[in-house]
Design a protein around this ligand. Structure first.
Ligand code: ASP
Ligand code: MG
Length: 415
C-alpha cells in the first residue's frame, strides 16, 4: 500500500461542485488502497479577497494580523473537503498547521518551514483515516500563525510528502501539466511527460507558473517525486518532475519561457575600479529588490565602463532613485533606463551535451529581426533580454525552432 500526498489548488476547490468533484477523485484514489493525505488551497479568489479586506482598513496592515486573516482561506477548504469525504462514508480528519506542528520562522507572509512533526498525520493514517491538511500556513516558534508566501500550498504538500516519505506528491491544478511554452502564446506548445527538477526550477524561476519555486527546490532536496495534473480531466497524464534521466539529454531544449515584466537600467561612464559594483548593488539589495541580469562593458578608450542590469518592472522607480544617488556619489556619467523589456529563455539539461544551442538561438532571433540587448547563460539555460514588444514573437520563433515539428525532438521526448 502506497502513501500519496495530493494537493488541490484554488480553482480545483473553487466551488461546492468542485469540492464534490475533488472528493470523488480522493475517494477513487482511496479505493485503490492508497494511504492518503490531501493538502488544499483556499477557494479561488479567497486569499485575494482577504488581503483586499485588510487593505480597506489600513494602508499597511500588520503582518502578524494579516497572516491570522489570510490563513483562514485554507481552513475553510480543509473543513469543507473533510465534511464532504465523511458524507461519502470515508473516515477523514482535517488538520491546521498548529496541529501538525508545521514550525516556521517568523517572517510573516513569507515564512520558511523548519520542521513538521509527522506523528499526528501518521497516527491518523494508521487509524484508517484520510488526512486533509490546510496548505499555505505554519506557526512560528512562539505559536503565532504564519503564511508561507503566495502559491505556497504546493510547498506545504511537498513538505508533508517529504516528512512522511510519501511515494508521490500529486499536484492537481487547472492545467494538465508542464508545457514546452505558454500555450496561450505558443499554439504548438505541448505537455512534457517528464522534466528534471533542475529544468523545472529554471522554468518556475523564469516565469512558468505551474509550480511554486520553493516547492520544487524542496522536492529536489528530499527527492520527492512530483506529478502535476489537472483536476478537471480524468486520466493519469500530467507531467512528472523528478531526477534527471539519461534520455532527457537527448532533447536539446525542454522549454521556452518568457518574462515580460522586466525593466533595464544602465549606468554610463562608471570609473573602472574595485568596489564600485558593490557600491551600486548594495543599496538595491538592502532595499529588498532582486537584480536579475547584470552586464558590464569596458570602454577601452577612456577606462570607464557601462553597467547594465534588469529588475522587476515594479521595482524600476525605487531602483532608479537609489541608482541616481549612487551615480552622483561615484561620478558616473549618467543613468538611462528602458521600462519595457522582456526576458526570453530556453531551458534544457540537453544543453550540457549539445553544442551550438546559444548560436542557434541567436540565429533564430536574428532571422526575426529581433535585437538582443543582454545575454546570460548557465549550464542548462540561455536567457536574452529584448524589447518587450517582441517577447511573444521571440517565444514562438524559438519554440518552433527548437521544439516545433522537429521529429527528432518529438521522438526523444517520448522515449
Ligand atoms: N491561497 C494561497 C494563495 O492564494 C496559497 C495557495 O493557493 O497556494 O496564494
Ligand atoms: Mg498554485
Amino acid at each position: 500500500m502506497g502513501l500519496i500526498v495530493q494537493k488541490y489548488g484554488g480553482t480545483s476547490v473553487g466551488s461546492i461542485e468542485r469540492i464534490k468533484a475533488v472528493a470523488d477523485r480522493v475517494a477513487r484514489t482511496r479505493a485503490r488502497g492508497e494511504r492518503l493525505v490531501v493538502v488544499v488551497s483556499a477557494m479561488a479568489g479567497e486569499t485575494n479577497r482577504l488581503f483586499a479586506l485588510a487593505q480597506q482598513l489600513s494602508d499597511a496592515p500588520n503582518p502578524r494580523e494579516t497572516d491570522v486573516l489570510v490563513a483562514t482561506g485554507e481552513q475553510v477548504s480543509a473543513a469543507l473537503l473533510a465534511i464532504r469525504l465523511q458524507a461519502l462514508g470515508l473516515p477523514t480528519v482535517s488538520f491546521l498547521a498548529h496541529q501538525l506542528k508545521i514550525i516556521t520562522d517568523s517572517r510573516h507572509g513569507g515564512a520558511r518551514i523548519r520542521s513538521i512533526d509527522g506523528g499526528r498525520l501518521r497516527a491518523a493514517l494508521d487509524g484508517g483515516n484520510i488526512a486533509v491538511v490546510a496548505g499555505y500556513q505554519g506557526i512560528d516558534p512562539a505559536g503565532d500563525i504564519t503564511t508561507l508566501g503566495r502559491g505556497a500550498s504546493d510547498l506545504t504538500a511537498v513538505a508533508v510528502a517529504a516528512a512522511l516519505e510519501a511515494d508521490a506528491c500529486e499536484i492537481y491544478t487547472d492545467v494538465d501539466g508542464v508545457y514546452t511554452a505558454d500555450p496561450n502564446i505558443c499554439p504548438r506548445a505541448r505537455r512534457l511527460e517528464r522534466i528534471s527538477y533542475d529544468e523545472m526550477l529554471e522554468m518556475a524561476g523564469l516565469g512558468a507558473k505551474v509550480l511554486q519555486l520553493r516547492s520544487v527546490e524542496l522536492a529536489r532536496r528530499f527527492n520527492v517525486p512530483l506529478v502535476v495534473r489537472s483536476s478537471f480531466t480524468e486520466g493519469d497524464g500530467g507531467t512528472w518532475v523528478g531526477q534527471e534521466e539519461e534520455a532527457m539529454e537527448d532533447v536539446m531544449v525542454a522549454g521556452v519561457t518568457l518574462d515580460q515584466n522586466q525593466s533595464k537600467i544602465t549606468l554610463t561612464g562608471v570609473e573602472d575600479r574595485a568596489g564600485l559594483a558593490a557600491r551600486i548593488f548594495g543599496p538595491i539589495a538592502d532595499a529588498g529588490m532582486v537584480v536579475d541580469m547584470i552586464i558590464q562593458n569596458a570602454r577601452s578608450a577612456d577606462g570607464r565602463t557601462d553597467l547594465t542590469f534588469t529588475v522587476a518592472r515594479g521595482d524600476l522607480r525605487p531602483a532608479l532613485e537609489l541608482v541616481k544617488v549612487v551615480a552622483g556619489e561615484i561620478g558616473a556619467a549618467g543613468v538611462r533606463h528602458e521600462e519595457q523589456v522582456a526576458k526570453v529563455s530556453i531551458v534544457g539539461v540537453g544543453m550540457r551535451t549539445h553544442a551550438g544551442v546559444a548560436a542557434k538561438m541567436f540565429a533564430v532571433l536574428a532571422a526575426e529581426g529581433i535585437n538582443i540587448e543582454m545575454i546570460a547563460t548557465s549550464e542548462i539555460k540561455v536567457s536574452v533580454v529584448i524589447n518587450a514588444k517582441y517577447g511573444e514573437l521571440a517565444m514562438r520563433a524559438l519554440h518552433d525552432a527548437f521544439l516545433g515539428d522537429d521529429p527528432g525532438a518529438a521522438k526523444a521526448q517520448s522515449a
